[in-house]
Design a protein around this ligand. Structure first.
Ligand SMILES: *Cc1c(COP(=O)(O)O)cnc(C)c1O
Length: 464
């Protein structure tokens, strides 16, 4: 399988190359040259398989010959063996047609573990026996950072620098990052919001000299391998609800459009998904884009769902590329326009293509709170605020197939908001244990390119 850039100006790479590169050198994102399809029989044959085996089968066409079948299966078993639930991503039924897919049983309690535990192992596997040394740089609105740090802490050949917006992540989220004291882990608090941090990361990747000197790589969902790993749980859930004979719908609490784009990929591969609901909080750029074609970014509003407080959704570019006839030059122009003016219109082809699979909804704090109460009072489920955004949208949607809301974080990660809504304080699972007693390590820096690259240069050089 070859991977091409959405902006048409970077060399095509194989799976190993796309995984190690993250962002393409022309500023675009890597996507497979063509979508592989699983036949009706191949999907039916996933029934009853373990999560790790399902993962190996769904990902095999994307991995191509970069790994043998046995190597891929062994990596999946290692990655998903660290999850606290035997089903890895269990389904929970809420009423006769509403379901939750619990994606938070990994080491850091958010769905991002599902992809990043595998990505950490892929990095190590692809770097083993080479003299390459990767510098992973990421920006996090909370959950990516802790999941990425957990996935690469102490791994050979990799340094990680994680930027988070100072004071805008929850205490649990911050501590899950800053209490990891492995020498290859560097936490940076940026005075600014998430989009500022993400823009700094993009600028470092776009600085060719800096990027090649430190061999930068990405763990944000701009890395294709992450999206690929997320495609798996759409198959895993849908097959348990009757696919391929029976169709399903998913509601996805969305920020960077990574998780829901993985659902789009699953549909492209032949999984019968009738609707993908893009559920946003009041930072609703995606809802506006999908409902009226207006992709224009405004100031980020801080909400109880910080992992969705995003006004530029990096993975949306992948969808626009695929729906716009895969014309890299045209998309590069469209994205340059957006980067200059912070606004763009979707083309008719992009709008119509999106409308055939996606719906969108904007959920405010009152609706989010009502969804948390409903889940608790009617179904006995304590859910986190992000999941509640998805569930509120799922319950308002009009579809006549099983509706699966992706439960993206463990409620204890956002205990204050959960307690406010339901009166119940969820306790941290024992595997998180003494988080609040551990030592923290973090450097605060101004949100400037020079401050951040200077720090990275010093620390990366200090490790040789
Ligand atoms: C990251 C995250 C999201 C948003 O996922 P995207 O892939 O960025 O759309 C939603 N909920 C939680 C808890 C998250 O950590």
């Amino acid at each position: 399988m070859r991977y091409v850039s959405t902006r048409g100006g970077a060399p095509a790479l194989d799976f190993r190359g796309a995984t190690l590169a993250g962002l393409a050198s022309d500023g675009g994102l890597y996507v497979p040259e063509a979508w592989p399809r699983l036949s009706h029989d191949e999907i039916a044959a996933l029934a009853g398989l373990s999560y790790a085996e399902t993962a190996a089968r769904v990902m095999a066409p994307f991995v191509g010959d970069a790994l043998t079948t046995d190597e891929l299966r062994a990596l999946c078993e290692a990655a998903y063996g660290r999850f606290a639930h035997a089903a890895v991503t269990p389904l929970v039924q809420l009423d006769h047609d509403q379901w939750l897919l619990e994606l938070f049983h990994g080491p850091t309690l958010a769905f991002k573990d599902v992809a990043l535990q595998l990505l950490g192992l892929l990095f190590e596997r692809f770097l083993a026996g080479t003299s390459d040394h990767l510098t992973i740089i990421g920006a996090t609105s909370g959950d990516t950072g802790s999941a990425a740090i957990d996935a690469v802490a102490g791994r050979m050949g990799v340094n990680i620098f994680m930027l988070h917006p100072e004071g805008r992540v929850s205490d649990v989220q911050r501590r899950q990052m800053t209490t990891v004291l492995a020498p290859n882990v560097h936490n940076i608090a940026i005075s600014g919001d998430f989009d500022t941090a993400q823009a700094l990361v993009k600028a470092m990747f776009n600085d060719a000299a800096f990027a090649s000197r430190f061999r930068l790589s990405a763990v944000n969902s701009i890395n294709w391998a992450r999206l690929m790993a997320q495609v798996v749980y759409y198959f895993y859930a849908a097959v348990r609800l009757g696919a391929p004979q029976r169709a399903v719908a998913f509601s996805v609490p969305t920020g960077n459009f990574g998780d829901v784009f993985a659902g789009y990929v699953a549909a492209k591969m032949g999984l019968p998904i009738v609707k993908l609901i893009v559920a946003t909080n009041v930072n609703d750029i995606l809802h506006r884009a999908l409902s009226s074609g207006d992709y224009s970014s405004s100031a980020v509003v801080a909400t109880p769902t910080p992992s969705m407080d995003i006004q530029v959704s990096s993975n949306f570019e992948r969808l626009l590329f695929d729906l716009g006839g895969r014309d890299g030059d045209a998309l590069a122009g469209q994205m340059r326009g957006f980067e200059a003016s912070r606004a763009m219109r979707l083309t008719n082809a992009q709008r119509e293509g999106a409308a055939s699979l996606f719906a969108s909804d904007r959920v405010d704090i009152d609706d989010m709170t009502r969804a948390m109460r409903w889940a608790y009072e009617s179904a006995g489920q304590v859910i986190d605020p992000h999941t509640a955004i998805g569930l509120a949208a799922a319950r308002r949607a009009n579809v006549d197939v099983p509706m699966v809301t992706l439960a993206t974080a463990h409620p204890a990660k956002f205990g204050d908001a959960v307690e406010r809504a339901t009166g119940v304080r969820p306790s941290l699972p024992s595997r998180i244990g003494d988080l609040f007693d551990r030592e923290e390590r973090c450097t605060t820096l101004p949100a400037t390119f020079n401050a951040v690259t200077g720090f990275i240069g010093e620390r990366a050089a200090a490790r040789g």
